[in-house]
Design a binder for this molecule. Structure first.
Ligand code: AMP
Length: 210
């Protein structure tokens, strides 16, 4: 299966995608994770992308499409998380999958209100050691700034700062929301309520891709 998880930043796509990938034995492709790996590796692509990412803007389509194309070539089962984010990316995906003799099977839209997204994103922190997720306002660690599990230091993403969060939500409305309409026309979209306990949301996601 080729599944797209679509929804605003902070909707929980990454966490649920990782779990679904394990459950369904599918590859998990997150363009955000791929870009952050380029940034921490100090590559040319990473240097270019960082400026856009830190501001909360999208990285240009040609960069993203070039980066992901190789991973779509064989048409095997995949969960796409954070891609496509523009109509041009959706069209490029369709083209790449057609060449590979396959297509998108299901698009799951994660629905969360804006107020909740701001709360989630601005409190989001991750352990720099074991990558455990925290929320400084709703699920803080026992000792401030320190991971309960491994004692590692907690870090916040530069694009989770208030100005960048506002910009990301605006960019989502302008550039990514139209992608939902693009797929609605194909009848492949299932909408889930992405607010609730992780297990509850996972149950809704698993039902939506059945
Ligand atoms: P994410 O981890 O999915 O929230 O992505 C973090 C940032 O990476 C975004 O705010 C964008 O700057 C960039 N990014 C990730 N995926 C894409 C994409 N498909 N198109 C353009 N920019 C992207």
């Amino acid at each position: 299966m080729r599944i797209i998880l679509l929804g605003p930043p902070g909707a929980g796509k990454g966490t649920q995608a990782a779990r679904l990938a394990q459950g369904q034995k599918l590859a998990h492709i997150s363009t955000g994770d791929m870009l952050r790996a380029e940034v921490s590796g100090g590559t040319e692509l990473g240097k270019l992308a960082k400026n856009y990412m830190d501001r909360g803007d999208l990285v240009p389509d040609e960069v993203i499409i070039g980066m992901i194309q190789g991973r779509l070539k064989d048409g095997s089962g995949v969960i796409l998380d954070g891609f496509p984010r523009t109509i041009a990316q959706a069209q490029a995906l369709d083209k790449a999958l057609t060449v590979a003799g396959t297509r998108v099977d299901r698009v799951v839209y994660f629905k969360v209100e804006n107020e909740e997204l701001v709360k989630r994103l601005s409190g989001r922190a991750t352990c720099s050691g074991c990558q455990s997720p925290y929320n400084l306002s709703t699920a803080p660690p026992k000792k401030p700034g320190v991971c309960d599990r491994c004692g590692g230091k907690l870090a916040q993403r530069p694009d989770d700062q208030p100005d960048a969060v506002r910009r990301r939500l605006m960019v989502y409305e302008e550039q990514t929301a139209p992608v939902l309409d693009y797929y609605r026309k194909t009848g492949k979209v299932k909408e889930i309520n992405a607010v609730g306990a992780l297990d509850e949301v996972y149950g809704r996601l698993a039902a939506a891709v059945k």
